[in-house]
Each structure stands twice: as structure tokens, then as C-alpha cells.
Ligand binder design. Structure first.
Ligand SMILES: *[C@@H]1O[C@H](CO)[C@@H](O)[C@H](O)[C@H]1NC(C)=O
Ligand SMILES: *[C@@H]1O[C@H](CO)[C@@H](O)[C@H](O)[C@H]1NC(C)=O
Ligand SMILES: *[C@@H]1O[C@H](CO)[C@@H](O)[C@H](O)[C@H]1NC(C)=O
Ligand SMILES: *[C@@H]1O[C@H](CO)[C@@H](O)[C@H](O)[C@H]1NC(C)=O
Ligand SMILES: *[C@@H]1O[C@H](CO)[C@@H](O)[C@H](O)[C@H]1NC(C)=O
Ligand SMILES: *[C@@H]1O[C@H](CO)[C@@H](O)[C@H](O)[C@H]1NC(C)=O
Ligand SMILES: *[C@@H]1O[C@H](CO)[C@@H](O)[C@H](O)[C@H]1NC(C)=O
Ligand SMILES: *[C@@H]1O[C@H](CO)[C@@H](O)[C@H](O)[C@H]1NC(C)=O
Ligand SMILES: *[C@@H]1O[C@H](CO)[C@@H](O)[C@H](O)[C@H]1NC(C)=O
Ligand SMILES: *[C@@H]1O[C@H](CO)[C@@H](O)[C@H](O)[C@H]1NC(C)=O
Ligand SMILES: *[C@@H]1O[C@H](CO)[C@@H](O)[C@H](O)[C@H]1NC(C)=O
Ligand SMILES: *[C@@H]1O[C@H](CO)[C@@H](O)[C@H](O)[C@H]1NC(C)=O
Length: 408
């Protein structure tokens, strides 16, 4: 292309004016152009989204998904800032030459069909802030070299087929805020070193094959808001009591993790709104101190919890789901719904099925927007308590709504 233009110059113009034209020409760094060609050649692009990657210059001719810095670098060339190739039905593999895009800030291949492994060379792109590879079919293990990415803000590799351990080198991801690695086949111990990442906000590791223990040191991460570890296998391990000190936590989800022992006291966490410890082997009583005012979901389904239902559940104005079914709880039901503010659309789903609950404190007359399920409890057979009928039927009166929290 350049050579053609130069020939055109020779014919039309004098040497000197041609030299000026070339000097101001805004062209992409040649090694980055080569890298993009290599990237394209290892992709399969059967919808031809990258068809204009053959013509002209990447930065000057607006190659699809290629975004450049607005002015030339110290080397006199333009540099590629972002590769935005999400949802383009791309298959094939990621070329190691990606590592030559040395000033890249965003590398985004989300929601394609890529296979192969994550190239170690991506660890060379120390300028990278967003590495978004989620929703592909990537295989192999996570390269240790990703730990070199000291400016990385988001590491999203969730929903792939990545296996092997979480590299200890990730301790060096000193700017990382979002670690999304859920729905893969990661195995082994979660490195306690991750607790030294001071910026971490979201740790999503659910639906993997992780084992070992839950590092108590995570309570040292000052801003940690979301921990999701559902569907891993921490056989016989307890939930560290230190997690009750995670002062910024909004969501803790440890469903189906083979955890045992007692539920720690989470009452000191002011913004906690989602707590899912269901399908474990937790024992002992439910801690009685009052949880955060923001609690919306409490799911303790299918454990071995005993003792009675804490009166403090009546003090949660925003509660929408309380699931305590399939435990060993006995005693009486407090009127949990009395203090819930049923503003528009607010509902409360209470699942107390299959416990040993024999009584109710006060009357059993929850408002219409409360779903209460009591079947499998002695209270259903207690003739002296009125109105149990609708709550003791085995078929669902209403679907129990899924409650989600915004995670921006
Ligand atoms: C880049 O674009 C500028 C302005 O549109 C143009 O003058 C220049 O010739 C182009 N350079 C190349 C190498 O395409
Ligand atoms: C890029 O990464 C590879 C593999 O991690 C490494 O061998 C190589 O030295 C790196 N190159 C540069 C220029 O950093
Ligand atoms: C993650 O995996 C679980 C279990 O296989 C599945 O239920 C869930 O839908 C998956 N999540 C996503 C976002 O695909
Ligand atoms: C889970 O990890 C164990 C080793 O801890 C391994 O034997 C097993 O095959 C893994 N399962 C899956 C589904 O990856
Ligand atoms: C519970 O987690 C294990 C992995 O530890 C998984 O194999 C199983 O399917 C999960 N069960 C449910 C009900 O999700
Ligand atoms: C929680 O933090 C307080 C104050 O820093 C400390 O005294 C207490 O031991 C911590 N609790 C746990 C379980 O780590
Ligand atoms: C709780 O949430 C509020 C509102 O989002 C926020 O202003 C406050 O800083 C949070 N407190 C903690 C300890 O995270
Ligand atoms: C609850 O279960 C534990 C064993 O898990 C037992 O030691 C304790 O006595 C039980 N408490 C009640 C009230 O049943
Ligand atoms: C409702 O909340 C108030 C204030 O937190 C508390 O005093 C009262 O006991 C609660 N009501 C019930 C039924 O628990
Ligand atoms: C609950 O069960 C424990 C252990 O079986 C028993 O000691 C206690 O009296 C029961 N409480 C009520 C209120 O039935
Ligand atoms: C909830 O129930 C109360 C009392 O029955 C009623 O005033 C309110 O409109 C209901 N809210 C919704 C969203 O159904
Ligand atoms: C309650 O227990 C019965 C009998 O063990 C069982 O058939 C039923 O599925 C359980 N209900 C729930 C909601 O798990």
C-alpha cells in the first residue's frame, strides 16, 4: 500500500513534496500490523467480520474492532489501543503474536467460540487494563505470565474450559478489581496470596473444581464486595470466622461447597445483602445477632442447622427470600414479615420446609405478598394452630422468586 502510494507520488509530484506527505502519514507500527495479520490468520472468521483487515492500514483504515491512540508515539507510529472483537462468531485460536501489541489497553474476545490455550505472551502486554476472554472454549491452564500485568483492572476468563491451578503469580496483579474465573475446571487450592491484592472487589470462582481450604486472609482485602465459590469441593472445611470482618462485603455465595462447622457471625457487615450457604454440611445454630438492614436474600437450605429461628430475622426491612428448608430447626416461627416494607413489587418468600418447627409466635396470618412454606414440620399436624392449611400443602403455592443484586 505504502509502496503504491510512493510510486503515485513519484509520477505526480516532485521528490520533496512527496517526502513531506510521507512524513505526516499516520501509519500503524509495522510490528503491530504484522501481529494483527498473525492474529487474523489463526482465527476462523466464517462470518467475515474481519474482511477489511486486508486493506490499508489498521489505524488509518478503521479495521473492524481495532482502536488506536489518537496521536503517534515516540517512534513516529500509531499504536493499537484496543482490540474489541466481542460476539463475532470467531473460532480458531489466539495467536501468541498478540503479545506484540505492546501498548494495548483492552483485549476483548468475549462471547466467541475460541479454542486452544491462552498465550503466555499476553503477559508481555504490561499496559493491559482489561483482559476479556469470557464465553469461549479456551482450554489449558492459566499462564503464570498473566501475573506480570500490573495494570490489569479486569481479568475475565469465566465460562471457558480452563483447567489447572490458579497461579500464585496473580499476587502481582496489583491493580486488579474484578477476578472473574467462574464456570471453568480450575482445581487445587485458592492461593492465599490473592489476599495481597489490595484493590480486589469481585472474586468469582464458582463452578470450578477447587479444593483445599478457604484462605482466612481474604478478610484482609479491604474493599472486597463479592465472593462467589458455589459448586466447588472444600470437603470438611469451615467458613473462616474472619469473613465476618469483611466490612465491604455485599454478597457471599458458598452454595454446595461441602463446608462443615458453624455459620460465622456476619452481623458486623453493614452492606451485606446476599448470603447463600445452602447445600453444605453446616451444623449448630443460626447466629442470633441482627444482620445488615440491606439483607435481601438469606439461603441456608439443606444443611444440618439446629436450634431455633432467630427472632432477629424480623428486623430485616428489605428481606425478599429466606430459605431455611431441610435443616433441623425447632421451636417457633417469629413473625418475620411484620417489619418488611412491602413497597411496590416487594415480596417475601419464606421456605421453612422439612424442619422440626412446632409453633408460631403470634398469629399465622402473613400478608398476601408473603409466600410461606411449612410442609414437613410438626406445626402442620398441630390442631391447636389455625390457618396452617395453605402453608402446609406439598405443592408450591407460588414460585419462589430468584432475587439478584446489582453488581456494577
Ligand atoms: C492516513 O489518513 C490520512 C488522513 O485521512 C491520509 O492523509 C494518509 O494518507 C493516510 N495514510 C495511510 C498510510 O493510509
Ligand atoms: C514475551 O513472552 C514470552 C513468553 O512469555 C517470553 O518468552 C518473551 O521473552 C516475551 N518477550 C518480551 C519482549 O517481553
Ligand atoms: C455455570 O455453571 C453452572 C453449573 O454447571 C450452571 O448452572 C450455570 O448456569 C453456569 N453459569 C453460566 C453463567 O453459564
Ligand atoms: C477435579 O479435581 C480432581 C483432583 O483434585 C481430579 O481428580 C478430578 O478429575 C477433577 N474433576 C474435574 C471434573 O475436573
Ligand atoms: C455440587 O458441586 C459438585 C462439585 O463439587 C458438582 O459436581 C455437583 O453437581 C453440584 N451439585 C449441585 C446440585 O449443583
Ligand atoms: C475482626 O476484627 C476485629 C478488629 O480488628 C478483631 O478484634 C477480631 O479478632 C476479628 N475477628 C475475627 C474473627 O477475625
Ligand atoms: C454501604 O453502601 C453505601 C451506599 O452504597 C455506601 O455509601 C457505603 O460506603 C457502604 N459502606 C460500606 C462499609 O461499604
Ligand atoms: C445442635 O447440634 C450439635 C451438633 O451438631 C449439638 O452438639 C447440639 O447439642 C445441638 N443443639 C440443639 C439445640 O439441638
Ligand atoms: C421491628 O423492628 C423494630 C425495630 O428494629 C423492633 O423493635 C421490633 O421488635 C421489630 N418487630 C418484630 C416483630 O420483631
Ligand atoms: C429443640 O431441640 C433440642 C434438642 O433436641 C431440645 O433440647 C429443645 O428443647 C428443642 N426446643 C424446642 C423449643 O422444642
Ligand atoms: C402487599 O400487601 C399489602 C397488604 O396486604 C398491600 O397493601 C400491598 O399493596 C401489597 N404489595 C404488593 C406489591 O402486592
Ligand atoms: C422434604 O422431605 C421429604 C421426605 O424426606 C422429601 O420427599 C421432600 O423432597 C423434602 N422437601 C424438600 C423441599 O426438599
Amino acid at each position: 500500500m505504502l509502496r503504491l502510494r510512493f510510486c503515485g507520488c513519484l509520477i505526480a509530484l516532485s521528490y520533496s513534496s512527496c517526502f513531506v506527505l510521507l512524513a505526516v502519514a499516520q501509519v500503524t507500527n509495522p510490528s503491530e500490523v504484522d501481529a494483527l495479520r498473525a492474529v487474523k490468520s489463526s482465527l476462523i472468521d466464517y462470518r467475515k467480520h474481519l474482511r477489511n483487515w486486508n486493506k490499508g492500514d489498521p489505524c488509518n483504515s478503521s479495521w473492524t474492532g481495532v482502536l488506536c491512540f489518537g496521536s503517534v508515539g515516540t517512534d513516529g507510529y500509531l499504536h493499537i489501543r484496543e482490540l474489541q472483537l466481542l460476539s463475532m462468531y470467531l473460532s480458531g485460536t489466539l495467536a501468541p503474536e498478540l503479545g506484540k501489541l505492546s501498548q494495548l489497553v483492552i483485549l476483548d474476545f468475549m462471547w466467541n467460540d475460541l479454542s486452544g490455550s491462552i498465550p503466555n505472551e499476553i503477559g508481555n502486554i504490561t499496559s493491559l487494563k482489561l483482559l476479556l476472554l469470557n464465553g469461549n472454549k479456551l482450554l489449558g491452564s492459566l499462564p503464570d505470565e498473566l501475573g506480570y500485568l500490573a495494570n490489569l483492572n479486569r481479568l475475565q476468563v469465566d465460562q471457558n474450559h480452563i483447567s489447572g491451578p490458579i497461579p500464585k503469580s496473580f499476587v502481582n496483579l496489583r491493580s486488579l478489581r474484578h477476578l472473574h474465573m467462574n464456570n471453568n475446571s480450575l482445581s487445587g487450592q485458592i492461593p492465599s496470596e490473592l489476599s495481597e491484592i489490595p484493590t480486589l472487589l469481585h472474586m468469582l470462582l464458582d463452578n470450578n473444581n477447587l479444593s483445599g481450604y478457604l484462605p482466612p486472609e481474604f478478610s484482609n482485602i479491604p474493599g472486597l464486595r463479592i465472593i462467589q465459590l458455589d459448586n466447588n469441593n472444600f470437603m470438611g472445611i469451615e467458613i473462616p470466622a474472619t469473613y465476618g470482618n469483611l466490612s465491604r462485603l455485599t454478597k457471599l455465595s458458598l452454595r454446595n461447597c461441602s463446608l462443615q462447622g458453624a455459620i460465622p457471625d456476619f452481623s458486623r457487615i453493614p452492606n451485606l445483602s446476599y448470603l447463600d450457604l445452602s447445600q453444605n454440611y453446616l451444623t449448630g445454630p443460626i447466629p442470633s445477632p441482627t444482620l445488615s438492614d440491606n439483607m435481601a436474600t438469606i439461603d441456608l437450605l439443606e444443611n444440618h442447622l439446629n436450634g431455633s429461628i432467630p427472632q432477629s430475622f424480623s428486623d430485616l426491612p428489605h428481606l425478599q427470600k429466606l430459605s431455611l428448608g431441610n435443616n433441623l430447626l425447632n421451636g417457633s416461627i417469629p413473625a418475620i414479615w411484620l417489619n418488611v416494607s412491602f413497597s411496590t413489587k416487594a415480596r417475601l418468600a419464606l421456605d421453612l420446609r422439612n424442619n422440626s418447627i412446632s409453633n408460631i409466635l403470634g398469629e399465622l396470618n402473613p400478608p398476601a405478598n408473603v409466600t410461606l412454606r411449612l410442609e414437613g414440620n410438626p406445626i402442620c399436624k398441630n390442631a391447636s394452630i389455625e390457618n396452617t392449611g395453605p402453608f402446609c400443602q406439598s405443592e408450591a403455592r407460588d414460585e419462589i422468586p430468584e432475587v439478584s443484586i446489582n453488581s456494577t
